[in-house]
Design a protein around this ligand. Structure first.
Ligand SMILES: Nc1ncnc2c1ncn2[C@@H]1O[C@H](COP(=O)(O)OP(=O)(O)OP(=O)(O)O)[C@@H](O)[C@H]1O
Ligand SMILES: [Mg+2]
Length: 300
């Protein structure tokens, strides 16, 4: 068992062990655009390729990764934070061996942890050191402090939007806040619920142009689009992952391409161990408190 001082030393000195997971947050301005569905299915595709994948349910208000997969967690991250059980005990195993850190509705915001809880979480995540290739974080929608907390800690931020104008506008507003308030310039983009590939491309182009025009140095990596597919809705109702039930369906094939693109464009892995992620989380917690009152602005 490592002591807290050991963990703190690693965090503040900047350790760089052999592990270098890609830490990706999946986020959106508007809610209900398909983030959780994308995280779950993306995790399964990566795991099927032999990657070790950890999914963090960070939508603390409305956690539902476990519900989407028909899993029933006995404990969740709040139990870890309260020191009631170690992280190993709350972990769920999903299809292809993906591991999930479950949350539950209405639990304490991770952006407001006490010092003791921070250490508890850090010690817990140490458990994964050296054995994770991808950590996928399913955030809530919008620009709450908790959402920003995870987005700014992740190495990559994948913004999901749909062709609805409100979703595009809110995606832009989210990117704008992350650029202006936190200095983030690179984002990944997936357009979900597109009626055709052409529509998906159009939405991506539209958002890219607006970002270029009004935010200048923001770069969007367009990973692809996913079509509207009734099978996805049916799978969610049946609490199954669509890539498992319809592996040759259009949605699964397109998501596989998105995952391949994600892998091809992996970045900065050398600085991406879990301690690095945690260090950023801690620093952001201090910074984030300055931005609690920032409200979303749709104006350019
Ligand atoms: N490509 C798609 N085709 C058809 N329906 C879809 C598609 N993607 C998502 N959906 C539908 O949208 C609903 C919302 O999906 P999901 O819960 O993944 O969104 P979310 O962004 O995580 O929502 P929240 O912001 O509430 O966390 C699902 O119940 C599903 O029915
Ligand atoms: Mg969700």
């Amino acid at each position: 068992m490592k002591d807290q001082a050991h963990t703190l030393r690693k965090i503040f000195e900047g350790s760089s062990g052999p592990a270098s997971p890609q830490v990706l947050s999946v986020t959106s301005g508007k809610g209900g655009v398909g983030k959780t569905s994308i995280v779950v299915n993306m995790a399964i595709i990566l795991a099927a390729k032999g990657k070790k994948v950890l999914v963090l349910d960070a939508d603390l208000g409305l956690a539902n990764i476990d519900v989407m997969l028909g899993l029933t967690p006995r404990y969740n991250i709040q139990h870890v934070l309260d020191g009631l059980c170690p992280l190993e005990e709350i972990l769920l195993e999903g299809p292809e061996g993906i591991r999930i850190i479950p949350a539950s509705s209405g639990i304490q915001e991770l952006s407001e942890l006490t010092r003791e809880q921070q250490l508890c979480l850090m010690n817990s995540l140490d458990y994964f050191d050296e054995e994770i290739d991808y950590m996928l974080i399913d955030t809530g929608a919008g620009i709450s402090r908790n959402v920003m907390y995870f987005n700014t800690a992740a190495q990559r931020i994948l913004v999901v939007c749909t062709p609805e104008p409100t979703s595009i506008t809110d995606a832009y507003a989210l990117i704008k806040v992350l650029r202006k308030q936190y200095g983030i310039k690179r984002f990944d983009l997936v357009v979900n619920n597109a009626s055709s590939k052409v529509e998906g491309d159009q939405v991506a182009r539209q958002l890219t142009l607006v970002c270029e025009r009004f935010l200048g140095d923001v770069a969007l990596e367009v990973l692809g689009s996913i079509p509207t597919d009734r099978n996805i809705t049916e799978c969610i109702k049946g609490q199954k992952a669509f890539v498992g039930v319809h592996p040759r369906g259009e949605a699964a094939v397109r998501l596989e391409k998105i995952v391949s693109r994600l892998e091809q464009t992996s970045r900065d892995a050398s600085s991406g161990n879990l301690q690095f992620f945690l260090r950023r989380m801690l620093l952001n917690q201090v910074k984030g408190s300055n931005h609690a009152g920032y409200s979303i602005s749709r104006s350019y």
